[in-house]
Design a binder for this molecule. Structure first.
Ligand SMILES: Cc1ncc(COP(=O)(O)O)c(C=O)c1O
Length: 388
């Protein structure tokens, strides 16, 4: 089956719901059983069956089935947020006394989890430069259990050589996890690149409308029970309404993401012509340092990029950002709308030194007409230079 057809049909079972195309929102905490035998049988099959709201409802199972099919995985586990997916994936692998390698440009709260919580539980963490590729082997210790990856890197869009890193990890019996939120499984399939645990903040492109919190981890069958138990005991188990919104979002992913790419590419190329801009960080641009890796491993690019500006004062950036009409100031990308966010990776990266000539802005290019978006940015740049 072709990918676009899978996006429409994965996890869909109208025959189970009177022919209704979409599964209902099963609002459920309590699940009841007619007999003790039925209860015992359900408990024995609790990883796949329906026994208790937190462990899964028919709606969350439908979402997981769809995601697993699209990721090329055997199983998926849904959780109440993208961060929940990062945490559950990591904690399903590492224990006290273990060592974990974390990409320096991983989503910053994963660093906070590592530095503030995992370290308290005796997990040793080393951050690494994603440019190392297979040379990450030099940082592996006898107790290294997990290499945590994200592609492209959060905010700064480095493209780690995922197959090179996963090959090293497999040779040494080390697990890998990769945050695939930027591309989603429509544009990148981490398991095909050798990754063990593929993480997606479904809050972003899968939900796609900025109106639900949801996360999901995809994996081979043999890793499933451990991830499921970890997620569950950490309190995971999203509400059915959220899973339903994730499922609804997935159905249009195949038309939304390519349009994000078309719009983002036009904006990125236009930004490159602007005198206020020093560099545009978007892997689909041919001069991006990770472009060849992106072309090799990804089928497309989503709407998120960063822009390094020439030197301007904060007040000038505020004048630009505050007056924008279509680029709203906000953090959680992946919805239909355009967003802008000042970022500053200088103060938390430790394995690499982030240098930029001026302020940096992260842009999420939404589904508006790009003529309007360019006019909005043009007026913004006029305010920036007038104030700067
Ligand atoms: C790359 C990435 N991973 C994970 C997350 C966390 O997702 P959530 O906000 O759903 O917890 C985010 C959120 O911004 C993200 O950008």
């Amino acid at each position: 089956m072709k990918e676009l057809t899978k996006i429409v049909s994965a996890g869909r079972h109208p025959e189970d719901h009177f022919g209704v195309v979409n599964p209902p929102v099963f609002r459920a905490s309590t699940v009841t059983f007619p007999t003790l035998d039925a209860w015992d049988e359900a408990r024995a099959n609790r990883f796949d069956g329906i026994t208790y709201g937190r462990f899964g409802t028919p709606t969350t199972r439908a979402f997981e089935e769809a995601v697993a099919i699209l990721e090329g995985a055997d199983k998926a586990v849904s959780v109440p947020s993208g961060m929940g997916a990062c945490t559950s994936a990591i904690m399903s692998v590492v224990s006290a006394g273990d060592h974990m390698l974390v990409q320096d440009s991983a989503y910053q709260p994963v660093r906070n989890l590592s530095n503030m919580i995992l370290s308290r539980y005796g997990v040793e963490i080393t951050y690494f430069d994603s440019a190392l590729g297979a040379d990450v082997a030099g940082l592996i210790q006898p107790n290294t259990k997990l290499i945590y990856l994200e592609s492209p890197g959060s905010q700064t869009f480095e493209m780690p050589d995922i197959p090179a890193i996963t090959a090293v990890a497999r040779e040494r019996g080390i697990m890998t996890a990769m945050d695939n939120t930027w591309a989603t499984s429509f544009f990148c399939k981490p398991l095909e690149l050798g990754v063990d645990l593929s993480i997606n903040a479904a809050t972003k492109y899968l939900v796609g409308h900025s109106d639900a919190m949801l996360g999901v981890i995809s994996m081979r069958q043999e890793l499933y029970e451990n991830v499921k138990i970890t997620a569950n005991f950490l309190g995971g188990g999203p509400g059915s309404e959220e899973a339903w919104l994730g499922l609804r979002g997935i159905r249009t992913l195949g038309v939304r993401l390519p349009q994000h790419q078309i719009n983002a590419t036009r904006i990125a190329e236009w930004l490159q012509t602007r005198p206020e801009v020093n560099q545009v960080l978007y892997p689909a641009l041919p001069d991006h340092p990770g472009h060849d890796i992106w072309k090799r491993d990804f089928k497309g690019a989503s709407g998120l990029m960063s822009v390094m500006l020439n030197p301007f004062e904060r007040d000038a950036v505020a004048a630009m950002v505050d007056g924008l009409e279509h680029f709203l100031l906000g953090a959680s990308f992946g919805g239909y709308e355009s967003l802008i966010l000042p970022i500053d990776p200088t103060n938390y990266r430790t394995a690499t030194t982030w240098t930029a000539p001026g302020p940096c802005l992260r842009l999420h290019v939404g589904l508006e007409d790009t003529d309007d978006l360019i006019e909005d940015l043009e007026r913004g740049f006029a305010r920036l230079t007038a104030a700067g």
